[in-house]
Design a protein around this ligand. Structure first.
Ligand code: KG4
Ligand code: ZN
Length: 338
């Protein structure tokens, strides 16, 4: 298949608790994007319940695909390929998207492309700035992952650092739950921190001067110990001080990584990239370090299908279609090269 600037890809995302479909042309041009968040369904349980997620994807996926096609104002016959997240994620949730994508590829007689969700988060920045240059360092911070990745080229990734325990988003979620701030934790801590003093409590900045790996589980324990020792402490001060500790480490290491590899640019990706303090401090660090800093809009930081369609276009162009006997891979890793 000849993959061109006119090639229109339908993207499908069902790896966790967002059901999403989008149409992207030529790998960058978002024609439509529909996302339905299941946050309300899972909120009463304080976290994503896999079985509820799968069932909700089943109900919501066809309406999301229909919405993406209607919003784009194109007929289904115009779609050239179907790209879908095959992992990592919850297996039952992934299977809903993968089955739908394969069925559509067979019915429409167009290629199926399996997409790695982490790789798609790397591509989110390109949706808004296709001119980003390599080498590009991406700080990928989501609910399940915290990584510093060097993109040397399309499809050529090197892992510079990662968390040795909790992911940054996981730390936000756990601290929010402990403070009783609600679910999802990241936005709740972000809002609470607006009213607090980030210097009120000096929480540890783990591994700050120790390579490019991260550790957040000790910070979470420090928060718990501090609140148990000082039960009257203001939740806003705890939220603000915790957030400042996470952001300090993320920003310092991202900047160091960019300096180390001589990056042309530095970008943020993943759900935690929606954090207001991280966004502000990231741009200041880029300006100080002289890198081209790129912040995707919040819409492309959290899970969406436009990033899946965009990545699918690149993979289709370089590797061709994915065989239809490829299944969902809950533990799929980012494909790395030296
Ligand atoms: O990338 P994402 O939507 O899903 C995964 O692939 O994990 O990331 C979800 C994570 C959650 O842990 C959520 O609490 C966090 O991103 N998050 C935030 C904010 N918005 C979402 N963390 C901090 N501040 C935010 N504003
Ligand atoms: Zn994600």
């Amino acid at each position: 298949m000849n993959v061109t600037e006119q090639t229109l890809v339908l993207g499908i995302e069902t790896s966790c608790d967002e059901t999403a479909a989008a149409l992207v042309m030529g790998g960058y041009d978002v024609i439509s994007s529909a996302v339905s968040s299941q946050v309300d369904l899972h909120a009463q349980f304080g976290g994503v319940v896999p079985e509820i997620a799968s069932r909700a994807h089943l109900e919501l996926l066809n309406p999301m695909i229909a919405r993406a096609v209607v919003e784009a104002g194109v007929s289904e016959q115009r779609i050239d390929a179907v790209a879908c997240t095959i992992g990592p994620g919850l297996v039952g949730a992934l299977l809903v998207g993968v089955s739908a994508a394969k069925a559509l590829s067979l019915v429409w007689d167009v290629p199926f492309v399996g997409v790695n969700h982490m790789e798609a988060h790397l591509y989110a920045a390109f949706l808004e700035d296709p001119t980003l240059e390599f080498p590009l360092v991406v700080l990928l911070v989501s609910g399940g992952h915290t990584m510093l990745v060097e993109m040397r080229d399309h499809g050529h990734y090197r892992l510079l650092g990662q968390t040795i325990d909790d992911a940054a988003g996981e730390a936000f979620d756990k601290v929010a739950r402990f403070l009783g701030l609600g679910y999802p934790g990241g936005p709740a801590v972000d809002n609470e921190a607006l009213h607090g003093d980030p210097e009120a409590i000096n929480f540890p900045r783990a591994m700050m001067h120790d390579g490019l790996d991260f550790s957040f589980s000790g910070l979470k324990t420090s928060v718990i110990n501090h609140v148990r020792k000082h039960p009257d402490v203001s939740a806003a001060d705890v939220a603000a001080s915790f957030q400042a500790a996470v952001v300090d480490v993320l920003v310092a290491k991202a900047r160091r990584a960019a300096e180390l590899v001589g990056a042309r640019g530095l970008a943020l990706g993943g759900g935690v990239a929606a954090n207001s303090l991280l966004r502000e401090r990231f741009l200041t660090a880029c300006a100080d370090g002289g890198f081209h800093g790129f912040l995707p809009s919040r819409e492309w930081c959290t899970d969406n299908a436009a990033m899946i369609a965009a990545t699918g276009w690149h993979r289709l162009r370089s590797d061709g279609p994915t065989p239809l006997d490829t299944g969902a891979s809950p533990n799929l890793r980012l494909p790395l090269r030296p």
